[in-house]
Ligand binder design. Structure first.
Ligand code: SF4
Length: 347
């Protein structure tokens, strides 16, 4: 557990609370260059596929899900998913990021069959099933986390996305997402995945009414797991998008908060190699500025994005735009795989 009275915790919190924006940015930028001495910013061409929006978790911040039996509930067919994969491959895509609601009507075999179908007919790297989905499968199908992950991997799963992390402090989760994996369980899924040889990303969605100390605790907990496993490839943070959710009255945080939060993450998470800028929620300009606040990666082209866009705040860009934004910010854009290996030299 994180000791909030430990000197390092207090000094990190103090820095986050009191340092000027540019001081924080400078420290984060220095940490970025220590880890990534090349003048390169990476990105990945992939596609979000949300295989179902039916969910029983009822997270207060979610505008994407529909309760069972709702007329707008859906489950994509294997063929629809295959078509989406073909479309992203035609654009040079190397990965799908596949996540969905906690749908009580889908049997476990469906997920296994889906993995096999993709690998047989539309082979691509499958980055899928956030820890809260894996936890849901374990509860629903009477399996351990390890059994769920082993079976999914045997069927074709390649890596696990860090969705559903929100704030990894139980009191915060109880308030906004009481029905899904708790903080300990979320991290247990990640640690199990790492132990079984999978790489994962890790996220933080802030602005849920948590304290600054809660955010620092989230970072410390991630760092603790990473010290044991080394399995996190990248960290991404973004603010709550409250529109169209039960939290619509929650005030939105500003770009300054985003830059400060990403910067303190880069400083604290000295054992997590990559930080992704979240231009999808913050827009391309703040995305560029974020490259001076600790980020070394521009994330995904996000050919399809349903979850953030359901809340109404989303940005899109084309591949040439993305490369131009990176170049205009002063870096060489390079496309990468999920494990951050570079695919090609920039033209
Ligand atoms: S965030 Fe995920 S788990 Fe929560 S309600 Fe939305 S779809 Fe369900």
């Amino acid at each position: 557990m994180v000791d909030r009275s430990a000197p390092e915790f207090e000094s990190s919190l103090e820095l986050y609370q009191r340092a000027s924006l540019l001081e924080l940015g400078g420290l984060a930028d220095a940490a970025r260059w220590r880890l990534h001495p090349e003048n390169v910013v990476t990105y990945i061409v992939d596609r979000n596929i949300n295989y179902t929006n039916v969910c029983v978790a009822d997270c207060k911040f979610c505008a994407f899900y529909r309760r069972p039996k709702h007329l707008e509930g859906y489950v994509l067919s294997f063929e629809e998913i295959g078509r989406k994969i073909d479309e992203v491959k035609a654009l040079g895509g190397v990965q799908i990021l596949m996540q969905g609601g906690h749908n009580p009507y889908i049997p476990f075999q469906w997920y296994l069959d889906l993995m096999c179908y993709i690998k047989r007919h539309h082979p691509i790297h499958i980055h899928a099933f956030s820890p809260s989905e894996i936890d849901f499968f374990a509860g629903r199908f009477g399996m351990t986390i390890e059994e769920v992950i082993r079976e999914l991997v045997a069927a074709g799963l390649d890596s696990v996305p860090g969705g559903g992390g929100e704030i990894l402090v139980q009191e915060v989760r109880d308030r906004v997402a009481g029905k899904k994996a708790g903080a300990d369980r979320w991290l247990e899924v990640m640690e199990t995945a790492h132990r079984l040889g999978l790489k994962t990303s890790v996220t933080m969605m802030y602005g849920l009414g948590e304290t600054l100390a809660d955010r620092i605790e989230h970072l410390f907990r991630v760092r603790e797991v990473q010290a044991r496993t080394g399995g996190f490839t990248a960290f991404i943070c973004w603010p709550l998008q409250p529109e169209h959710t039960e939290m619509a009255d929650t005030p939105k945080t500003d770009a300054m908060t985003y830059l400060r939060t990403q910067a303190i993450a880069r400083i604290v998470l000295d054992n997590v190699p990559n930080i992704q800028a979240s231009w999808v929620t913050m827009g391309p300009k703040i995305g560029q500025v974020a490259l001076r606040f600790g980020a070394n990666d521009f994330g995904s082209l996000m050919m399809e994005e349903n979850v953030v866009s359901a809340a109404g705040t989303t940005w899109r860009m084309t591949l040439p735009e993305m490369r131009r934004l990176i170049a205009d910010a002063g870096y060489t854009p390079k496309t990468r795989r999920q494990d951050y290996t570079i695919i090609e030299e920039a033209a």
